[in-house]
Design a protein around this ligand. Structure first.
Ligand SMILES: [Fe+2]
Ligand SMILES: [Fe+2]
Length: 304
């Protein structure tokens, strides 16, 4: 059973990371559909705005309550996020609440002071996020189904739609478990299976969205996809005794992906890398990678 302090801190951290991820999925959906789908574009935009409002609320509670590890992991924002948002706004004409990003950058870290009477508010906030998340999942699934039936056109791969549905469901699961005040699930390998799968997908998307002239990067992305396919299998087959060994291997590969994602985000932002990856998507992949790295490092700390 989670203590009040942990319940509050972990809830806020989870929502700061995944709330932003969710609103960005909706941005990617909105900017990837042709105008004939204006009804869907509007729906994505409205859901995105709802997430921004809840994220604002999460942020207003987070001052002094977020762990140093989370703030320093670059999973909430990176040095590229704000510029990436500005560029996506300018290029695609979608509105992005950039104050949330500035606020996140300036968030003061944990002070270790006691927290009074916040559990009720956080419980209610988590509950409202849960409801919105259900709506978002339903929307993503509807779009995915329409795409599979060739009833709707979008420039997102069906696999990417599936990927963003899986990430939303993963968030939902974590949110439910936090609301039940369940202690962190110690089954690290099942989390690593999820994240290795995510890393493999990212490499495949990147490979497919780069300009054909970017041969070296395409090759690198292809290699990452292969590496994570292998690591995924290895992690699935591993038993608890092998968890430390496998986690170290996963960390090594994920650190390399992080460097690749970081270079890609910088190159796309400065218009040096050609392709169909927008800078916010590149930064989004980088943040997800950073989150996985923190999870792995946290676990490895407990290994002999
Ligand atoms: Fe994502
Ligand atoms: Fe992802």
């Amino acid at each position: 059973m989670l203590k009040d302090k942990d319940y509050i801190g972990l809830s806020l951290e989870l929502n700061l990371f995944f709330g932003r991820i969710m609103k960005e999925h909706l941005i990617f959906m909105a900017i990837s559909m042709p105008i004939i789908n204006s009804k869907y574009i509007l729906e994505a935009d409205t859901l995105k705005e709802s997430f921004e409002k809840l994220l604002e609320e999460v942020l207003s509670l987070s001052k002094g309550l977020i762990s140093k590890e989370a703030l320093e992991s670059n999973e909430l924002v990176t040095k590229y996020t704000l510029d990436a948002e500005k560029q996506v706004e300018d290029l695609f004409g979608i509105c992005i609440n950039k104050k949330l990003t500035e606020f996140t950058h300036n968030l003061p870290g944990e002070k270790g002071e006691p927290i009074y009477n916040l559990e009720g508010y956080v419980y209610d906030l988590n509950d409202r996020i849960f409801n919105l998340l259900m709506e978002v999942i339903e929307f993503k699934e509807k779009v995915h189904q329409e795409v599979l039936n060739c009833k709707l056109a979008t420039f997102l791969y069906p696999e990417m739609l599936e990927h963003i549905i899986e990430e939303a469901k993963f968030y939902l699961k974590l949110l439910v478990s936090i609301q039940e005040r369940a202690e962190d699930d110690k089954d690290i390998l099942s989390k690593e299976i999820f994240w290795n799968h995510v890393m493999k997908d990212h490499a495949l998307f990147t490979r497919g969205l780069l300009d054909p002239s970017e041969e070296d990067l395409i090759k690198a992305a292809h290699e990452f996809a292969k590496t994570f396919e292998e690591l995924l299998e290895k992690t699935k087959e591993a038993d608890k005794d092998k968890a430390c060994e496998v986690s170290r291997e996963n960390l090594k590969a994920t650190e390399k992906v992080k460097d690749f994602n970081s270079t890609a985000t910088k190159g796309i932002l400065s218009c040096e890398i050609k392709g169909l990856v927008n800078p916010l998507l590149a930064d989004h992949l980088l943040r997800e990678t950073n989150r996985y790295i923190r999870l792995l490092k946290d676990f490895i700390k407990t290994c002999k």
